[in-house]
Write a protein that binds this ligand. Sequence first.
Ligand SMILES: C[S@@+](CC[C@H](N)C(=O)[O-])C[C@H]1O[C@@H](n2cnc3c(N)ncnc32)[C@H](O)[C@@H]1O
Length: 220
Amino acid sequence: MIRLSKRLKIIHDMVPESVVADIGSDHGKLMIALVQSGKVKKGFAVENKEGPFERLRSNLIRYHVEDKITPLFSDGIKDITRDVGTIVIAGMGGQTIINILKAHPEKLVSLQTIIIDAHTSVPLVRKEISQMGFAIADEKIVKEDGIFYEIIKFIRADIAALTNEDLEFGPVLRHQKSATFKEKYQSRIDEIDNIIAKGNLPAPRIAQLNEEKHKLERYI
Ligand SMILES: C[S@@+](CC[C@H](N)C(=O)[O-])C[C@H]1O[C@@H](n2cnc3c(N)ncnc32)[C@H](O)[C@@H]1O
């Protein structure tokens, strides 16, 4: 079995049995693991850069999954086929992910599931994908090498009403309040305390930081 990082293992476990396209596949580890675990019988691994694409292609051959996973040298979701039910976009900035999805709205029509691991602008991702006709079905937070990652599973739905707090903290995460979730916001509170303790900030900035701290304290 190919070894996955904690982050990729969580993504793997969220993927339903379906035809899957991994957009920005790089090394191809996720798709290889999905075939090895039996979740995926057919899929696409998409890359738009030559180096990663060559690495991807040789990994698919090395792990004997080239009959099930088609490597596509392509931009985003442009060339995925209508039978794809799930797409994964992981390890990119939130705005890049939104741009990839918005570039080909016709490709979203047949999708049932979108799994996102955005490394920036997570609230924006929640907002924009909810407006594309998907609702958040599951969320997980994981810490790896000192960095917190939020993995979000969207499924097709007519209505997805999200409050501002849902967008910021995650509708599932903020109710689950896992130990990792609390650790993330406790570390921000500690950071705010340290900034304020240095004592050289103007009063409006201190008030702003205290407001942020009080909001976060509700979640730990
Ligand atoms: C940081 S890697 C993440 C790899 C893997 N998804 C993961 O989470 O470990 C991002 C990959 O996405 C690829 N990429 C970025 N934009 C893309 C696009 N529009 N279409 C296809 N691949 C893209 C990059 O070349 C890079 O290999």
